[in-house]
Design a protein around this ligand. Structure first.
Ligand SMILES: Cc1ncc(COP(=O)(O)O)c(C=O)c1O
Length: 362
């Protein structure tokens, strides 16, 4: 078998077990399931009655795909400062909340599984009590304790954790919307994705190199379809069934934590790849192992790792997305790299990955 690390999830990412989505969420909070986080966001605009020209506040460090459904609805994004350590600057947020007639909603992100510090969460809760609608993006922090206890609304995306394309909207919908146009585009997305994943299986089992190219091409097409068809689409029947059978969520959490600690130890002496976080609480479940690579070497390292079969995402490329005054966010975006550590990988995989990082800098 060839060794490939990172990239889209396939069946082996779904560890069976008897735990349900509801077990992960704060008790008493209603949830609805959609075909992806973007679908869930689309549902939320309708619920909030967002209209063209409304202002919504976003953090200066964010996944650009979050903005697409807002922009499509004519909402004007405005930004508040997040530091280079990904902590929200509550002073700046406070100033922005007081500007003009105030925003219609405030969006905030719990990054990489590491929740915002308690003081920031307390500030956000307080802003919520002052009448601002708060939307908590827990897409990267679904398995961390305490997520979705702050915002009025919460957002999760299961495809960041396993092989299920579900967007989760946490919050009480007054009206369950009908599916909107564009559902066909979603089916195309699934088709490309499934074809890509099958091709990857063939390649991994020793098939010709053509299947690797085919796999990457299909996934590129899939993502293009996903982002160009933003729609209210309910969760598919097959994904619903996978969730209803139960998942080994605690197993996934502990494997990810073990891999994080292993990478931390293996990369301890590598001063060119600086970790953004450390696991200082048992509640944290990391999405990946984000590091900062300075001296303009990030893309070279990424290329080197890809040639060794290790695919590291960049969370996120902010080029042209946020105003240039958010220098720290833009600098971070040019240096950040996420090393994969999910439940598909064991100690040997992590040793191989860390070894390749170290080799690059030697
Ligand atoms: C923090 C965050 N929120 C929302 C999204 C959108 O999620 P999805 O790709 O499932 O629509 C992403 C996508 O990468 C993300 O990283």
């Amino acid at each position: 078998m060839r060794r490939l690390i990172g990239g889209e999830f396939e069946g082996r990412a779904n560890i069976p077990g008897g735990e349900f989505l509801g077990d992960l969420l704060p008790p008493g909070k209603p949830v609805s399931l959609w075909a992806g986080a973007s679908s869930a966001l689309r549902v939320l605009f309708r619920e909030l009655g967002l209209r063209p020209g409304d202002r919504v506040l976003f953090p200066s460090y964010l996944c650009p795909s979050i903005l697409a459904p807002f922009r499509q609805a004519g909402v004007i994004p405005d930004f508040y400062r997040v530091g280079g350590d990904l902590v929200i600057d509550t002073g700046d947020l406070d100033r922005r909340l007081k500007e003009g007639s105030g925003p219609k909603a405030v969006f905030f992100i719990q990054y990489f599984g590491f929740l915002q510090p308690p003081g920031v969460l307390a500030y956000l809760r307080e802003a919520g009590r002052r009448g601002f609608v708060t939307i908590e993006d827990g897409v990267q922090s679904l398995l961390s304790g305490g997520v979705f206890e702050t915002g009025h609304w919460g957002l999760a995306s299961l495809r960041k954790w396993l092989y299920i394309d579900a967007g989760v909207l946490v919050g009480d919908l007054s009206k369950f919307p009908e599916e909107s146009a564009g559902v066909q585009g979603y089916s195309l997305y699934r088709l490309y994705k499934d074809l890509g994943i099958r091709a990857r299986e063939i390649y991994l089992a020793g098939g010709p190199g053509f299947f690797e190219k085919f796999y990457l091409n299909m996934l590129k097409k899939a993502e293009k379809c996903y982002s160009s068809y933003i729609t209210c689409k309910k969760l598919s029947y097959s994904d619903r069934r996978k969730l209803d059978r139960g998942i080994g969520w605690s197993g996934i959490k502990s494997l990810r934590r073990e891999n994080f600690l292993l990478l931390e130890r293996l990369l301890e002496g590598c001063r060119q790849a600086v970790p953004l976080f450390s696991l200082d609480s048992p509640d944290i479940c990391p999405l990946g192992y984000p590091v900062r690579v300075g001296d303009g070497l990030r893309d070279q390292l990424r290329g080197h790792l890809a040639r060794q079969g290790i695919f590291c995402p960049v969370h996120w490329d902010l080029g042209g997305v946020v105003p240039s005054r958010f220098e720290e966010s833009i600098k971070l975006s040019g240096e950040i790299l996420t090393i994969p550590l999910d439940q598909r990988y064991n100690e040997e995989d992590m040793e191989y990955t860390a070894g390749q990082v170290i080799r690059f800098f030697k």
